[in-house]
Design a protein around this ligand. Sequence first.
Ligand code: C5P
Length: 405
Amino acid sequence: MPSPPLAKLRILLGVSGGIAAYKAAELVRRLRDAGAVVRVVLTANAARFVTPLTFQALSGQPVRSGLWDESAEAALGHIELARWAQRILVAPASANTLARLAHGMADDLLATVCLASTAPLAIAPAMNLRMWAHAATQANVETLRSRGVAILGPADGPMAEPESGPGRLLEPERIVAALAALHGPKPLAGRRVLVSAGPTCEDIDPVRFIGNRSSGRMGFAIARAAVEQGATVHLVAGPVHLPTPAGVAREDVRSARAMRDAVMRQIPQCDIFIAAAAVGDYRPTEIAAHKLKKSGKALVLELTENPDIVAQVAALKKRPFVAGFAAETQNVEKHARTKLVRKGLDLIAANRVGNGVGFDADDNELTLIWPGGEEHLPRADKLQLAHALLARIGALRAKSAKRRR
Ligand code: C5P
C-alpha cells in the first residue's frame, strides 16, 4: 500500500472567522484521512462560529485559541507550537486575517505562530466577493504570494449571502489535494515549461472581434501543476478572466500573431512547450479603422489564415518537447492522430468539447496520444488531469533521453 500523501506531516490548521469556518471541520477530517497530524488554532472570531470542542474531537488534539491561556502555554507554548508545525494552513482565511498576516502582525495566537514559524504557509481565503476584489485585499494577497505563501483559491460560486462570485472557500478535498501537490515530489525541478492558454481574439473593427469559447482553465491548470511539480513556468495567455496561478510568470496577448511572437521569444529558454490555447485559425485580412456600419446588405469579411504556432515550434531544428491539444466535437481520436503527425508533435491531448465537458467546465476528460502509445485519462478536475499529463510528458522525456544515451 502506498503511504497516504500527507503521511505523518504535522499540520497546524489556523481557522479564522466567517461562515466558511464550519467547512474547516470537514477539512480536519480530510487532512487526517490523508495521513496528517493536525492541531487547530482558532481566532477569537472563528470560535464564535464553531466551538473548539468540535475541532478537538475531530483532530484528537487540544485546540488553542488565545495567546494568554496559561495552562495551554504551559503544555505547549506558542513558540513550541510554531516549531512543532511542519506546515501551516490557514483555512478559511478572512480578509482581516489575510491583512494581519500580510503585515506581520502578532496580535493573536494564530498570527504570532505564523510569524514565529519557518514552516511553509498555505492560505485558503474565504470572504464576501467585494471584500475579496477590494484593492486592499488584492495587495495583501500579492504581498503574501511574493513571500512564497501558497494561496489556495478562492473558488467561484454562490455565497452565504444571495450573490455569487469569487470568494468561496475552496472545497476541503481540493485544499488537501493542493497541499499534497505542494508537499509531493518535484519531478520537474530545474525544468522550464512554457504554456499557451485561452482563446485568441482577432479584431474586426475597434469594437468587434472573432473569438472562441475557450476559458483558459485547462492551460492555467497545467501552468499551476507544472509549478507544483517544481518547474519554472511561463504562461502566454489570450484574453481570459482567470487569476494567475502562484509562482507563474504570465504574459497576456490578444491575437494569434501576438501569441506566436510571445511563444517564439520564450522557446529558446524552455524544455517543454504545452500548447493549450485555442488559437483562432483565421483573422480578418484588414482591421477596419472605425466601427463598421450596417449597410442593409450582407457583409463579406475576408479572412487570412493565422500562423500555426505549435507546428512552427515543432518544426524548429532545436526544439523543446512539444505537446498540443485537439478539441473536437466528433471523431476525436482520429482527428487527434492526424494532427499529431501533421504538426510533428511529441504528444497530443485529445478532448471532446461541447457536451458539458471541455470548454468553460471545471472537469475534462483526455486521451493522450503519442507516437507509439496512448493513455486515457477519465473525467476529472482539470488540475488532476494537468498533473497526469505532466507525469506522462516526464515519462516520455525520460524514455527518449535513455534512447539518446
Ligand atoms: O488545428 P487545431 O487548432 O485543432 O490544433 C490544436 C492545437 O494546435 C492546439 O495545441 C493549439 O494550441 C495549437 N494551435 C496553434 N496555433 C494555431 C492553431 C492551433 O498553436 N494557429
